[in-house]
Design a protein around this ligand. Structure first.
Ligand code: UDP
Length: 194
């Protein structure tokens, strides 16, 4: 099956390669939103109906972590892959280099997104990180952040502010974004910052 119904959500049943293809190769005239669904977000969606609705408004939900595989198995299905963001990022970087697409990193503490970008650019020659921005913007200047993201000309936006803030931010602003794909990625930049 291409999709599995897990906890009331339509989760993509993709291998890692298929998930990356969806992110980099889906033709889109509107920004496509992808979220990662793991045990933590499922728990949150059960206690927070607004978050559940937000998850179901994504264009793609990726099954993240072995908890999702277990849940699928219990429901009688086999998940084709563990599409977690940490394992995915190297493949995404390779695909971006190959297809000449750029990334933008938005979120985490000041300096972290930049450190992650620098580390990845060293590891993947030719990788284009169009911009970075930290995720602690107390004056809530979303318009300014969106302008900076759009002006960068990035193809793919990664937003890391934790759930449910990052998902809410993406859904609220999706119509103003010009990138082709945007993903909510949790603590990903912390992991790759060094
Ligand atoms: N974060 C942020 N702004 C905030 C709160 C958190 O940019 O106002 C960042 C934080 O620095 C970390 C990420 O969001 O990099 C949250 O990571 P976590 O793994 O906790 O995400 P979750 O599991 O909650 O999705």
């Amino acid at each position: 099956a291409k999709y599995l119904s897990l906890f009331g959500l339509n989760v993509k049943n993709t291998s890692m390669a298929e998930a990356v293809d969806w992110i980099t190769q889906t033709p889109a005239d509107k920004t496509q939103i992808g979220f990662f669904v793991n045990v933590h977000s499922i728990n949150l969606s059960i206690s927070d109906p607004t978050f559940f609705k937000q998850l179901s408004n994504a264009n793609a939900l990726f099954a993240d972590g072995s908890g999702m595989r277990l849940a699928a198995k219990k429901a009688g299905f086999l998940l084709n892959g563990n599409n977690n963001g940490t394992d995915m990022l190297p493949h995404l970087c390779e695909s971006c280099v190959e297809s000449n697409q750029s990334l933008y990193f938005f979120g985490a503490k000041p300096g972290i997104a930049e450190q992650a970008a620098n580390a990845l650019c060293k590891q993947y020659p030719g990788l284009n990180i169009a911009g970075t921005k930290h995720g602690y913007n107390e004056d809530n200047n979303a318009e300014q952040i969106i302008e900076s993201i759009n002006n960068s000309g990035c193809d793919i936006l990664l937003v890391a502010m934790g759930s449910p803030v990052q998902e809410q931010w993406l859904l609220e602003h999706r119509d103003k974004l010009h990138c082709k794909t945007a993903l909510a990625v949790g603590g990903l930049f912390d992991f790759y910052s060094g």
